[in-house]
Design a protein around this ligand. Structure first.
Ligand code: ADP
Length: 471
């Protein structure tokens, strides 16, 4: 059942019950009032008649009583009849025609003698309200005066009322039900419009669409606004998801591509070795060295991918207070082996003293090694590389400064992206993952990795880390 139909049925039912109760109440109230009126009128008539009875002899029998002419008191719908103590009709009004008012036994019973009473009887084909009043003379029961009044006009009135209530009420119910149906339709129309739009949006999966609702800011207006704001939120979340998904796809595609290159080299060399056998020892050595080198590159790549995959999965580094100066000295010692012809020096590492940061030693080592490795890779022999430390307020600042190739402004914003390499010729053999990992490590330490660079002049990569607050 639709809401529209249910609403209509509900208030029609409520109205029907209310009208029924009201009608029944009205009907019975009117019936009772009319009966009371009739009772009153026949009592008054009875009293009038009784007050004009005159006694002419010993007051024991009706024969000694002069009855008034009952026709004087009768009106077209009021009938009169006098019955003696034996039950014989002694007088009756002419408007009764040939009929008698019914005389029943009860009139002569104890109650009948002692007090007047009412009854409803049928005379001919007419129902009559009867007032039976005992005629007592000086304490003697001598007969009964019966005053009757036809109930026809009352019954006609009540019949008309019944007819009116029944058909009028029915018609009224029908009209209100139709009006209710129409109004419910009118009110619910915007809802069906909203439903249609929402269905269309979900069918076309078009989150750009909104529900066009121009009505007032009532319940429906708020519903439309709520759905619209939900759609807007969904759109944002969906586009973020799409971005993330596209990023993942790119990541997987790039990773596969990166892995394919060393694999191809390895396979080529293996085939060569298979063909050559032991005949060319020098070429054989070269091929084996190639294989080893590529295998190492691959395992580095796979390690990097693993770090990033874990980062994507929301894994965090477990940290503890570590002495940064120690780590940097160690990295600097190892970096000297990459130095080649480049002039390498450290500056201000002693300022760090025993300062601790909350971190993970191996991750921090990896971070600075990536930066130093890059600095040496992109700096020609005779150039300079420096590892410098300073301690601005409750932070430590570590810079890796080189006088190498520098980075073009258009590349500068992208070098932290995965697999991005500014060096399009790829002479350096890097994978483009180093800086992504480095910036992730810096973030994991609540720190920052920043770069300043000028093409042809050199670059400075700066790591800012908060000093551990030890209690
Ligand atoms: P790669 O493995 O290629 O070094 P990175 O993510 O470490 O990958 O670096 C991304 C790119 O940023 C490099 O390909 C290079 O073009 C540029 N880059 C990084 N460090 C330096 C630097 N010290 N001097 C010049 N260019 C750099």
């Amino acid at each position: 059942l639709s809401i529209r139909l249910r609403l209509t049925i509900w208030y029609t039912a409520v109205l029907a019950v209310t009208m029924l109760l009201f009608s029944v109440f009205l009907y019975f109230l009117l019936a009772r009032n009319l009966t009371v009126e009739i009772n009153k009128s026949i009592v008054i008539k009875g009293r009038e008649v009784i007050s004009s009875v005159r006694v002419i002899g010993p007051p024991h029998q009706l024969r000694q009583v002069v009855l008034p002419d009952v026709d004087v008191f009768a009106t077209p719908d009021i009938f009169l009849q006098v019955v003696d103590s034996q039950g014989t009709v002694v007088a009756r009004s002419q408007n009764l025609g040939g009929q008698n008012l019914p005389v029943n036994e009860a009139m002569f019973s104890e109650t009948g003698r002692t007090g007047p009473f009412f009854e409803t009887a049928t005379v001919g084909n007419e129902r009559v309200r009867l007032y039976n009043s005992p005629l007592n003379l000086k304490g003697n029961f001598i007969g009964i005066l019966q005053v009757g009044r036809s109930l026809r006009s009352m019954e006609t009135t009540l019949n008309r009322l019944r007819f009116l209530l029944f058909f009028g009420g029915g018609l009224l119910l029908f009209l209100t039900a139709s009006l209710g149906w129409f109004l419910a339709g009118l009110v619910l129309k915007p809802i069906s419009r909203i439903t249609k739009t929402a269905a269309a949006i979900s069918q076309d999966a078009d989150l750009n669409r909104r529900i066009a609702y121009l009505g007032p800011g009532d319940e429906l207006g708020r519903l439309a606004a709520t759905i619209n704001s939900m759609l807007a939120r969904l759109q944002v979340v969906y586009s973020r998801l799409e971005e993330a998904y596209a990023g993942q796809r790119r990541f997987v595609a790039d990773a596969s591509h990166e892995l394919r290159t060393p694999l191809t080299t390895i396979r080529g060399n293996v085939e060569l070795l298979q063909k050559m056998g032991d005949t060319h020892p020098v070429e054989r050595e070269e091929a084996l060295a190639d294989i080893a080198c590529e295998a190492e590159r691959m395992s580095r790549l796979v390690n990097d991918l693993l770090v990033l995959a874990r980062a994507d999965a929301g894994q965090h580094l477990e940290k503890q207070p570590v002495v940064l100066g120690g780590i940097l000295n160690e990295v600097a010692r190892q970096a000297k082996q990459l130095q080649g012809g480049v002039n390498f020096r450290t500056e201000g590492l002693e300022l760090l003293g025993e300062i601790k940061v909350m971190g993970r030693a191996d991750a921090l080592r990896q971070l600075f090694f990536i930066l130093l490795d890059n600095a040496f890779k992109y700096t020609l022999p005779e150039g300079k590389v420096a590892l410098a430390a300073s301690v601005p307020a409750d932070r430590v600042k570590i810079s890796v400064i080189d006088t190498g190739s520098g980075i073009a402004p258009e590349d500068l914003s992208r070098i932290f992206e995965r697999f991005y390499r500014a060096d399009k010729a790829r002479r350096t053999g890097g994978s483009g993952l180093g800086l992504s990992i480095a910036s992730w490590i810096a973030e994991e330490h609540q720190g920052k990795l920043e770069v300043q660079s000028k093409l042809g002049e050199g670059s400075t990569f700066t790591v800012l880390l908060p000093v551990a607050k030890l209690s």
